[in-house]
Ligand binder design. Sequence first.
Ligand SMILES: [Zn+2]
Length: 281
Amino acid sequence: MKKAHRLAMIVACMTPLWASSAEWSVRKYQSGGCNVSESISFRIFQKEGFADAALIDQLESHRASLQVKWLGGGTGRSWDPKCDIHIHATPEEFQQATKRSPDMLASTLLEIGEGRVWRRQVAIRGDIQKNFTPVILHEVTHVVLADVFRDFQVPRWLDEGIAVAEEQSDRRANINRQLLEAVEVSRHSDLIELMTMAQFPVDRTRSDVMYAQSASLVEFLLTKKSPVALVSFAKACRHLSVEESLRRHFGFNNAQEAERAWLEWTINTAESSETAVVVNQ
Ligand SMILES: [Zn+2]
C-alpha cells in the first residue's frame, strides 16, 4: 500500500516577485459548488468569481523562479498533481474546511514519499486584503520546496526561513525588529535548537522571533553559499549533526562560531539599513 509510506506535512503558517508578461492558458469551470481557474500548475477554487489573471501569472512566475533558484532549474514540466488553492471568503469558512484556527491566514498540506509529491493543497483566507499576495506566495514557496525534499520533511527553520525571505512583504520589517529586540536580551534561539526544531512554538511572540531568525539565518548563509548549496547543507543535516554539517559545508569550527558570525552579520545589516534610511531621508 503506497499510501502507508507517505508522509503528510501540514505547514501551518500564522502569517506567512516576479513580474511576468507571460499569459498563462487558464481554463475556467465549475466543480463541487466552486468556480475553478486552472492553469498549467495550479487549480484555484473559490465560491465567488474566478481568480484574476494577474494572480495566476504571479503564481506561475513565482513557482518558476523559485525552481530555478532553489532547485537549480525547473522540473521541465507542470506539477502533477497540480497545486490546489482553496480561497475561503471568511475565517469561519477557512476553519470549517481546514479544522485550523480562524486566526491563521493560511495552511498548506503536502503529501510526500517514495521520491515524489502526491498532494499539494493550500487553503487561504480571502478576507486578508493587502496580505493576500505575500501570504499566498509564502505558501507556494513551501509547495516548491517539497519538490526538493520529497522523502522527508523540510527542516522547519529552512522551510519558514526561505518562505519568509521570499515573501517581500511589510511583515518582514516588523518581525526583523522583534528579532533585534530578542537578540538584545538574548531571547533568540541558539543555532542548534533552531535548526533541529520540528515545530515552532504556539506562542505568537516566540514564534515570530523564530520566523525572523530563520529568514535572517537563510540570508546570512546565502552570503556564503548558493541557494542550491544551502539545500545540500540542509540535506546533509539528516545524516550528520548540525555542527558537523556547519563545519563541512560552511567551514565553521563549531556551532558557537557560526552563531557569533550570524549575530554579527544580523546587527551590522540592521545598522547599515538604518543608516541607509537616514541618508535617504
Ligand atoms: Zn510558512
